[in-house]
Ligand binder design. Structure first.
Ligand code: MF3
Ligand code: CO
Length: 251
C-alpha cells in the first residue's frame, strides 16, 4: 500500500476522525477501575465509537474479534478482551483503538494505570508517552523517517528499556495500514523524506525489560518474552511544513 498525500478535504475528515477518537480514549481512561473486565472496556469503547457515527476499524480486521485492543501488564499489544479478565489495582492496561469516519481512519493508543501502580510502572508509562513526543520533534516536511525512529528509540533506551522491534508504526488514511512503516528504533537507512500531507500513526511500544516479544496461541496477543511490563502510546499525526498536527489528541 503506497504512501499517500492527503488533500485538504481528506485532512479535514481525518481531523474529525481524530477528534472523535481522542474523546473515546478520554472516556475510556475515566472508566478504568479495578474490578472491570477487559470486555467491558471493549463494549464501552465500541458503543462510544458508534455513538459518534464512526465504525470501529479493528473489529474483524484480519479476524481480530473486538473493537478495542486491551493489553494488560506484560501484554504489549493486540490483547483480546474477555469477560473473565478482571483488572486489579496495580495493573497497567494499554488500550488501542481505531475509528473510521466517512471513509477515513484514525488510530491511537494509551496506557492507563489501574488505581495505584508501582513507581516502575508509572515511569514506564510516562517514558513511553514522552518517547512519542521526542519522535515527533522530527516529524516535519523535509526530514527523513529515520530521525523520528532514532529519537524515539534513543530516548526510551536511555532509561534501560527495550524498544519492541517486531511491530512498527505506519501510514494511515483511507486504510488503517499504509506505507511507510515507522520503526521505533534507530535505522541504518534514512528512509523516506517526509512531505506535508502525509498522515502517520506513530506508536512506540516499550518494554521495561528486553525488547523481545512472543505471540500467544490466540495468534493475536503479543507479550514480552521476559514477562516484563510493556506500555504503548500512539497518535495519528499530520506532517506539515512546520510543527506536526497531532490529530488524535485533544489538548
Ligand atoms: N493499532 C494497531 C496497529 O496499528 C491496530 C491493531 S490491529 C487489529 O496495528 F487487528 F487489532 F485491529
Ligand atoms: Co497503529
Amino acid at each position: 500500500m503506497a504512501v499517500t498525500i492527503k488533500s485538504a478535504r481528506e485532512i479535514e475528515l481525518m481531523r474529525e476522525a481524530g477528534k472523535i477518537l481522542a474523546s473515546v480514549h478520554e472516556e475510556l481512561g475515566k472508566a478504568i477501575k479495578p474490578g472491570m473486565s477487559t470486555k467491558e472496556i471493549d463494549i464501552l469503547g465500541e458503543n462510544l465509537i458508534r455513538e459518534h457515527g464512526c465504525i470501529p476499524s479493528f473489529l474483524n480486521y484480519e479476524g481480530y474479534p473486538a473493537s478495542i485492543c486491551v493489553s494488560v501488564n506484560d501484554e504489549v499489544v493486540h490483547g483480546i478482551p474477555t469477560h473473565d479478565r478482571i483488572l486489579k489495582e496495580g495493573d497497567i492496561v494499554s488500550l488501542d483503538a481505531g475509528v473510521i469516519y466517512k471513509g477515513y481512519h484514525s488510530d491511537a493508543a494509551r496506557t492507563h494505570m489501574v488505581g495505584e501502580v508501582s513507581k516502575e510502572a508509572r515511569q514506564l508509562i510516562e517514558v513511553t508517552r514522552q518517547s512519542f513526543f521526542e519522535g515527533i520533534k522530527y516529524a516535519t516536511e523535509g526530514r527523513h523517517l529515520y530521525e523520528i525512529s532514532a529519537a524515539i528509540g534513543t530516548y526510551a533506551e536511555s532509561f534501560g528499556y527495550g524498544v519492541v522491534r517486531d511491530l512498527v508504526g505506519h501510514g494511515i488514511g483511507r486504510n488503517l495500514h499504509e506505507d511507510p512503516q515507522i520503526p521505533n528504533f534507530k535505522q541504518r537507512r534514512r528512509g523516506m523524506k517526509l512531505q506535508a500531507g502525509m498522515t502517520l500513526a506513530i506508536e512506540p511500544m516499550i518494554n521495561a525489560g528486553g525488547f523481545d516479544v512472543v505471540w500467544l496461541d490466540d495468534d493475536w496477543t503479543v507479550v514480552t518474552e521476559d514477562g516484563s511490563l510493556s506500555a504503548h502510546y500512539e497518535n495519528t499525526v499530520l506532517i506539515t511544513k512546520g510543527e506536526p498536527e497531532i490529530l488524535s489528541l485533544s489538548l
